[in-house]
Write a protein that binds this ligand. Structure first.
Ligand code: PLP
Length: 397
């Protein structure tokens, strides 16, 4: 019989959202008339921008014509999209990132989960706690055991400090899921300094960069001096343009960013990632890449702004509603997530049950994102306006 990868057995048995769905299902079957409002899962609810639909429709027509039909595309992604990303997300903001340093994918989850493959199995990892579970789980699956947790608490403004010991890989996420908080330039400069001193690589997840509204918060880690020497950046069209079901994201790996072999030889990480992608990935669909590229025009930018503003008004409504109901809230200013302290020191799962039973509102228990998430709870602003307002009305009453 084939032996399994036993590292999978070290993962938590129940995926967080499966357990939430189980509890909601039981409640709904016991209370069939209850109108439950779901502000739990981080998935968007508004339709795709028109510019994306138009571009995808045009691309569909191209696929039906022998002259313009496309088969396998470049593993790194089409140049038309990589050039637009380099221009609009980096050059226009004064940042030096070229199309050759961008790798298109079918979303950030795969990129964040797969990137660890190009690093040694004995790498020591640092992850924030609480955190998006993919960073940790993908390293556990690979068999890495040296994992340092970086507590993110109200006391440190949910901005993790570098550890005393040396680590090789550091996962940072800003704006953060689940806390909805961001890392400022000083915090990132501190991490870049740490990475340089310790020969570490920062894996910077900026999936929610488009939600940053405050001018002094960096949208990209490359806004901070020295980042190109130590950091890989992940971005996604999922929350930027409603692509959660459409699927497109990308990774930036600067030309000169290197890792070392056991004998100390420096190897560009970009070459390893290209090798990995061309072996295991056959590119994101042409139609989807055309749709993604459409956000890079004045009209496209206006349409995604309307989408993001919609969710951020929801975030404002949630923040105001929770504050008025006496909760202590964090996040929700530069991110679509609101992180609240559970009242009366309730555990986050007990609070989940109470919110569901008394108010018929579903959120996400903070403990599901790491031990420092205990005593906290996440609500998302991705619901419809109607549901967001109705949820806050219930809490008020
Ligand atoms: N990174 C973070 C922090 C996320 O919260 C998510 C999705 O929720 C992702 C990455 C993955 O996004 P996608 O795979 O849809 O691009």
């Amino acid at each position: 019989m084939a032996r399994i990868n036993e590292n999978y057995l070290k993962l938590p048995q129940n995926y967080l959202f499966t357990e939430i769905a189980r509890r909601v299902k039981i409640f709904q079957s016991e209370n069939p008339n209850a109108e439950i409002i779901k502000l739990g899962i981080g998935d968007v609810t508004q339709p795709l921008p028109k510019v994306c639909l138009d571009a995808m429709n045009k691309a569909v027509a191209e696929m039906g014509n022998a002259e313009t039909f496309r088969g396998y595309g470049p593993e790194q992604g089409y140049l038309f999209l990589r050039e637009k990303i380099a221009e609009w997300n980096y050059k226009k903001r004064g940042l030096n990132v070229s199309a050759e340093e961008i790798f298109i994918s079918d979303g950030s989850k795969c990129d964040c989960g797969n990137i660890q493959e190009i690093f040694s199995l004995d790498s020591k990892i640092a992850v924030a706690d609480p955190v998006y579970p993919v960073y940790l789980d993908s390293n556990i699956m690979a068999g890495r055991t040296e994992i340092i947790y970086l507590p993110c608490t109200a006391e440190n403004n949910f901005s993790p400090a570098p550890p005393a010991e040396k680590v090789d890989l550091i996962y940072l996420c800003s704006p953060n899921n689940p806390t909805g908080t961001t890392l400022d330039k000083a915090a990132l400069a501190n991490w870049i300094d740490y990475a340089k001193k310790n020969d570490a690589v920062i894996l910077y997840d900026a999936a929610y960069a488009a939600y940053i509204s405050e001018e002094n918060i960096p949208r990209s880690i490359y806004e901070v001096d020295g980042a190109r020497d130590v950091a890989i950046e992940f971005r996604s069209f999922s929350k930027t343009a409603g692509f959660t079901g459409t699927r497109c994201g990308y990774v930036v790996i600067p030309e000169n960013l290197c890792g070392t072999t056991s004998s100390g030889e420096k190897i560009p990480l970009k070459n390893l990632w290209l090798r990995r992608q061309s072996t295991k990935f056959n590119g994101t669909a042409y139609i989807i890449q055309r749709g993604a590229a459409a956000i890079y025009s004045d009209e496209g930018q206006a349409q995604i702004k309307t989408l993001i503003d919609y969710y951020m008004i929801n975030a404002k409504i949630i923040r105001a509603g929770l504050t008025a109901a006496g909760f202590t809230v964090y996040g929700g200013i530069n991110a679509p997530y609101i992180w609240l302290k559970t009242p009366n020191n309730l555990s986050s799962w007990n609070f989940f049950d109470e919110l569901l039973k008394k108010y018929k509102i579903v959120g996400t228990p903070g403990a599901g994102f790491g031990s420092c998430g205990e005593g906290f709870f996440r609500l998302t602003s991705f619901g419809s306006r109607e549901n967001t307002l109705a949820a806050m009305e219930r809490l008020k009453n």
